[in-house]
Write a protein of this length. Structure first.
Length: 142
């Protein structure tokens, strides 16, 4: 299983994003099953749709929401039960300033046997024990 971050999903849905080409290649790997099933937190979903609405318009945001919620490869995780743990992770972070959504992703990653995240956010690379995919340079070598 791999956590899906908004930077990855926004890049894939937005052809104007600086990481779009990398996201397309990474998404092919994800859909091929290379990284296991995806876990989409409700907080990430909200962030993705909000960013896409602001940057690309309602049509793309709505289409992305439909794709994400209907995908067989993605498991949606409501976040009500996660709120307190995410807030504690957000409060306790030292030496970094993760957003609340990113703190929630870190909190969930601690529950996974093999914590992995699909993200272009460099802030996750400093989290001990969390594997960030695609790895730097990985897609340029393929």
């Amino acid at each position: 299983m791999i956590l899906l971050d908004s930077s990855f999903l926004c890049a894939w849905h937005n052809e104007r994003d600086v990481h779009h080409a990398e996201a397309k290649h990474a998404m092919r790997r994800f859909l091929a099953g290379d990284w296991g099933a995806g876990l989409l937190l409700e907080y990430v979903f909200v962030e993705v749709i909000t960013v896409l609405l602001a940057r690309r318009g309602k049509e793309i945001a709505v289409r992305a929401s439909e794709i994400l919620l209907s995908s067989r490869e993605i498991r949606f995780l409501p976040c009500s039960d996660l709120f307190v743990e995410a807030l504690q992770t957000f409060r306790d972070q030292a030496g970094r300033e993760l957003s609340f959504t990113d703190a929630a992703l870190v909190a969930v990653s601690r529950r996974l046997d093999e914590p992995r995240i699909a993200s272009f956010d460099r802030g996750f690379r400093d989290i001990e024990g969390l594997e960030v995919l695609p790895a730097p340079g990985e897609l340029h070598e393929a």
